[in-house]
Design a protein around this ligand. Structure first.
Ligand code: DAH
Length: 335
């Protein structure tokens, strides 16, 4: 029996020594000291031994038990805690950064626009996105059969109700409720029933500018727009005013800037022209003043309209307007 005890201890110590995991140690403990464990059974058999040797074998067995328990405890403590074992933890992995939100590029562009025009004394104005035919067209000198209505494919919501195709109706709303001098910019969303592609989307952003007072001139309009473009795109960028037509301004102009992508050499963005059209403008048509009850003999004014998406695309070299509306985090997180 003593020999058996010695074998048990020797084997046990060897197994404990080699054990690598807590599970293995638990397994060894059960094999020896569990209810059906080898040592437990041996201790149970003590009672059948002759009385003469029982005490000696008994105490040897108890020492063996204590020795094995101590060895199990020692090995358990020398093992690394489970979650820090080498195979689970790679301390060379980069940490996980918490997500940080950023402003949408159109919001950033709008903020910059507002900042620049605030600096030139303009105030902010707003109007509804659901407009009436009167504000979106008629008061802007586009009566029902006016051919210029075809320039903007409109989403109608009813006979007289529509999604505004431009921010110009805000001009009318502001003039109706205030007396000159009026100096506002009105940014906002506009809608057009257009085929969707890299250059046009059914929703986009514009902002409108309007200045009305006594003696306002086209020269002042040129000055304000030149100032804005230089602030926004950088000093010294060449621009040109081209005669154009809008029903609500007379005379009207379109403004081009030297292509910011190719610097004027010609590329796909400027369609090899070297110039990019970025805004429409002009002197407020007397018919518009009449619609809001301003005396065209006494007051004059200028107005301009500009696509926010368009100048954001030019500023950052973005070649597809749809990126603004897809909300792909990989795109948005660059701003
Ligand atoms: N509303 C015009 C458009 O959407 C842009 C525009 C042109 C606005 C000339 C103006 C302006 O105020 O004077 O195409």
């Amino acid at each position: 029996m003593k020999a058996e005890l010695e074998r048990i201890i020797k084997e046990a110590l060897k197994r404990i020594e080699r054990a690598q995991t807590l599970q293995e140690i638990e397994r060894i403990r059960l094999d020896l000291l569990g209810r059906k464990g080898r040592l437990t059974q041996l201790l149970r058999g003590l009672k059948d031994l002759p009385v003469a040797i029982r005490p000696e074998v008994g105490s040897a067995a108890n020492r063996a038990k204590a020795q094995i328990e101590a060895a199990l405890k020692g090995r358990t403590e020398s093992l690394p805690p489970p979650q820090e074992r080498k195979e689970d933890l790679d301390i060379t992995l980069p940490g996980r950064k918490p997500w940080e939100g950023s402003l949408h590029p159109l919001t950033l562009t709008l903020q910059r626009i507002i900042e620049i025009f605030y600096g030139m004394g303009f105030e902010l104005a707003e109007g509804p996105e659901v407009e009436t035919d009167y504000y979106n067209f008629e008061a802007l000198n586009m009566p029902p059969d006016h051919p210029a209505r075809d320039m903007q494919d409109t989403y109608y919501l009813g006979k007289d109700l529509l999604l505004r195709t431009q921010t110009s109706p805000v001009q009318i709303r502001v003039m109706e409720r205030s007396k000159p001098p009026v100096r506002i910019i009105a940014p906002g969303r506009v809608y057009r029933h257009e085929a969707i592609n890299a250059r046009s989307f059914t929703v986009f952003y514009q902002f409108e500018g309007l200045y009305v007072d006594q003696g306002v001139t086209f020269g002042q309009l040129k000055g304000v727009l030149t100032g804005f473009i230089e602030e926004f795109f950088g000093k010294g960028i060449p621009l040109r005013f081209r005669p154009s037509f809008f029903p609500f301004t007379e005379p009207s102009a379109e403004v081009d800037i030297r292509c910011v992508i190719c610097g004027g050499k010609g590329c796909s963005v400027c369609k090899q022209r070297g110039w990019l059209e970025i805004l429409g403008a002009g002197m407020v048509d007397p018919a518009v003043f009449q619609a809001v009850g301003y005396d065209p003999e006494k007051f004059s004014g200028y107005a301009f309209g500009l696509g926010i998406d368009r100048i954001a695309m030019l500023k950052w070299g973005i070649d597809d307007i749809r990126l603004f509306y897809e909300n792909d985090i990989r795109f948005l997180s660059q701003f």
